[in-house]
Design a protein around this ligand. Structure first.
Ligand SMILES: [Zn+2]
Length: 327
């Protein structure tokens, strides 16, 4: 795993400094809840923090990258590093996976140092799963670090969330993010659209650009026009989006509605951009209040999407709103 990347992401400097100070005072937290949208570096920060705890160089202000522990981590072979994530085709992290992790953390450390557990994407943990490690949070064993990463809209039980040190990651300022994207990629242009679609999360912007934002944009314009004209089957469209990855598509919709609203209230948005896709047929001549309702629907969907709801059904319901006239 890559545990050095977090240290070069400028917007993670503050949480890293916090962990570094805690480590220097030998007061690393027992449990850490890292919150942030995809592409803000929650996974990278967790990797850094875990490696920081496991690194055997002393004193260390960061994972040294050279000791035996760091070498094992780099090879994904450290015996005291335990990760749980959603299994393929599963909707939730299973309680059995969590129990296994907790069991590993109660064992003696293989290398005589820290034991680190990570639950990736903890928003898809069900109540039983979350309760399974409540006891571990309440009575932590020494030299154990349990980390959870989750979206900010997570529905973890308060009993769990309140027992963790929370690190909430925020997107960097737009200009700072653009400057970082330009400098690290050597590409001076074309970052505005992917960054906007990524909701300001720079690593996600890189992924989106790699996946082809121009094609996505063209697809979306075609889909929304077809949706408005009623010439496309909702179920098939939702199916296609779910298969392809709904997140950037829903972000595109949110962007599009937001641009319409800003243009409508005479804001800073470029009206020409806003007009380049016609309003959905039923929504043509829509009042600004209805656009706000659409925006709410899109945001509700994004919240729902992190709760293990059936994505196909939720997406169909959302797309229906883009087709039908407002009540
Ligand atoms: Zn090391």
């Amino acid at each position: 795993m890559d545990f050095v990347k977090a240290a070069v992401l400028p917007w993670l400097a503050e949480p890293i400094e916090r962990l570094r100070a805690a480590g220097a005072a030998d007061r690393l937290p027992h449990s850490l809840l890292i919150l942030g949208a995809p592409g803000l570096g929650a996974a990278e920060l967790a990797a850094w923090a875990g490696a920081f705890a496991l690194c055997e160089a002393r004193p260390a202000a960061r994972p040294c990258g050279e000791c035996a522990a760091c070498a094992l981590l780099r090879a994904d072979a450290h015996p005291d590093w335990h990760v749980v994530r959603l299994e393929e085709d599963a909707q939730q992290i299973k309680v059995g996976q969590v129990r296994e992790l907790i069991e590993s953390l109660t064992q003696k450390s293989y290398r005589g140092g820290y034991k680190v557990g990570l639950i990736e994407g903890a928003e898809v943990l069900n109540v039983n799963g979350a309760n399974a490690f409540l006891k571990t949070l309440e009575e932590p064993t020494a030299r154990t670090l349990l980390m959870l990463t989750a979206a900010r809209s997570h529905r973890l039980p308060p009993t769990v969330a309140s027992r963790c040190l929370k690190l909430a990651l925020r997107p960097p300022e737009r200009e700072a993010a653009l400057a970082w994207l330009r400098s690290q990629s050597g590409e001076p242009d074309g970052w505005e659209a992917p960054l906007a679609l990524a909701g300001g999360a720079p690593l996600r912007a890189i992924e989106l650009r790699r996946a082809g934002v121009a094609e996505l944009d063209a697809d979306m314009r075609r889909d929304v026009a077809a949706l408005a004209a009623g010439t496309i089957d909702l179920t098939l469209l939702a199916e296609r989006w779910v298969r392809a990855d709904p997140a950037p598509r829903v972000a595109w919709l949110e962007n599009w509605v937001t641009t319409r609203i800003l243009a409508g209230v005479g804001g800073a948005a470029d009206a020409k951009t806003a007009e380049s896709v016609r309003l959905p047929g039923g929504a043509r001549g829509l009042k600004i209040t209805s656009m706000y309702a659409l925006l709410d629907a899109v945001r509700d969907f994004r919240r729902l999407a992190t709760t293990g709801v059936n994505p196909q059904l939720a997406l169909e319901a959302l797309l229906l709103r883009f087709r039908s006239p407002p009540p």
